[in-house]
Ligand binder design. Structure first.
Ligand code: GRF
Length: 206
């Protein structure tokens, strides 16, 4: 038995793809967590829908396979775009998909195929502040507590069951940027925790 098999109780690590559109700091947090061989998931693929996503360079530097599937090439045909994603996931024998700042809405065609195996991180305490500009909207609403949610993806946007949430306080002098930075710090903690729970089969979609 090799060292990895001992550490993982002989269960093979789940093969994970991360879909990004930009910076990829959550992606980097997942890659970092998965460097530990006892972590139950292995990040084997990073895919971007944008050629300029900085996270692609981070992933390549970490020795992870990257794929660019530019949605612009497919025009309005969302399903053709998603079929291309699906083909890449199958080619890499992916078992779990993590969305991390992936800025395209996915159709039920794709979401239902990956039910219970498709995760997303959202920078708010869902069901509060679905959609974009969550930090601005949290400040405008005057909430005292904000945070982040890792959830399973369901066909309706930002609506699947929650895996983990983390709260942060909102400070009186917060700007969207300062609040975003505080939330991002907890995002980087809870995404690896949530992926661990899913990869170990300890949590499933409702
Ligand atoms: C994060 O705030 C995440 O919650 C949201 O988009 C942002 C992506 O940041 N979905 P990064 O690309 O992971 O740095």
């Amino acid at each position: 038995m090799n060292a990895q098999a001992i550490l993982t109780g002989n269960r093979p690590r789940k093969r994970v793809a991360i879909l990004i559109s930009g910076r990829g700091s959550n992606m980097a947090a997942l890659i970092e967590a998965a460097k530990d061989e006892s972590y139950p998931a292995d990040i084997v693929l990073v895919m971007s829908n944008r050629p300029d996503a900085a996270g692609l360079l981070t992933a390549s530097a970490a020795g992870i396979a990257t794929v660019l599937i530019d949605h612009m090439v497919f025009g309005r045909d969302r399903e053709a775009f998603e079929r291309a994603i699906q083909a890449a996931l199958e080619a890499h024998r992916i078992e779990i998909v993590c969305l991390a700042g992936f800025m395209r809405l996915l159709t039920p065609w794709f979401v239902n195929r990956w039910s219970g195996r498709l995760l997303n991180i959202h920078p708010a305490l869902l069901p509060a502040f679905k959609g974009l500009h969550t930090h601005e909207r949290a400040l405008a609403a005057g909430v005292k507590t904000h945070g982040a949610t890792v959830h399973f993806v369901a066909p309706e946007m930002d609506s699947g069951s929650t895996i983990i949430q983390a709260q942060v306080p909102v400070m009186p002098d917060d700007l969207p940027e300062t609040l975003a930075a505080r939330v991002l710090e907890v995002e980087h903690k809870i995404y690896p925790q949530a992926l661990r729970l899913v990869a170990e089969g300890r949590v499933g979609a409702a």
